[in-house]
Design a protein around this ligand. Structure first.
Ligand code: ZN
Ligand code: ZN
Length: 217
């Protein structure tokens, strides 16, 4: 498994977030909260948020308007659909890649605390939908460090597990994260047989190349 500390995703500054007022981060022992109105800036607490409001006010409104406009645009809908199709077509490769990288077959408890994060970059000009996105990073990531989405992810895992008929199956989450902050991530539950064996022996790099070249396993 790769060293987690060297694989911090930078999505929305995840892991690199700082208070918009005082600049403190998680490493300074503060818990950062998102501006609930615009969801763009973060604060270490109510004091900093209030102090920053006079300068944040206008930016906050512009952030909200941009978000609403883009969320409703046809381009946005197309992007979301394209990511869904891309994820579906590459799902087997992403499954084997994550199975190997997470090590859940050797230790099923990994699935309780770790998801597999695949960061992708959009290729809007690409006409081949298998190549519509490019993997820029793929690594195990602690669920606790996902931030505000963590409870939702845990709930989704529980729901899928509760539906399992066979007791020897486990579930972990694949988190496909686009570089465009307005395109929501895809969260896909993947089932594995506890104590099973890896079905193939491509290296992780080979599997990423296969996806990025638009090939299938
Ligand atoms: Zn602060
Ligand atoms: Zn705001």
């Amino acid at each position: 498994m790769p060293n987690k500390s060297s694989n911090k995703p930078s999505y929305r500054g995840l892991g690199f977030r700082v208070c918009a007022k005082c600049g403190k981060s998680k490493d300074d022992g503060v818990t950062l909260l998102q501006c609930s109105a615009c969801g763009v800036d973060f604060y270490c607490g109510g004091e900093c948020q209030r102090a920053d409001w006079p300068s944040h006010k206008d930016k906050c409104r512009i952030n909200r308007q941009a978000r609403e406009r883009l969320a409703a645009s046809p381009e946005r809908t197309q992007e979301v659909e394209a990511l869904r199709r891309w994820t579906r077509v590459h799902r087997p490769t992403l499954f084997y890649l994550s199975l190997q990288e997470l090590g859940v077959l050797q230790d099923p408890s990994v699935a309780d605390r770790t998801l597999f994060m695949v960061k992708v970059r959009s290729r809007p000009q690409e006409t081949n939908e298998r190549r519509r996105f490019e993997i820029t990073e793929a690594s195990p990531f602690p669920i606790d460090e996902v931030g505000e989405a963590a409870p939702q992810i845990r709930q989704a895992i529980e729901t899928v597990r509760a539906a399992h008929r066979q007791p020897n199956y486990g579930t972990y989450m694949l988190f496909v994260l686009p570089d465009d902050v307005l395109c929501p991530p895809n969260l896909i539950p993947l089932d594995f047989e506890m104590g099973g064996v890896l079905p193939m022996h491509h290296t992780p790099k080979d599997m990423i190349d296969i996806v990025n070249q638009g090939r299938l396993l």
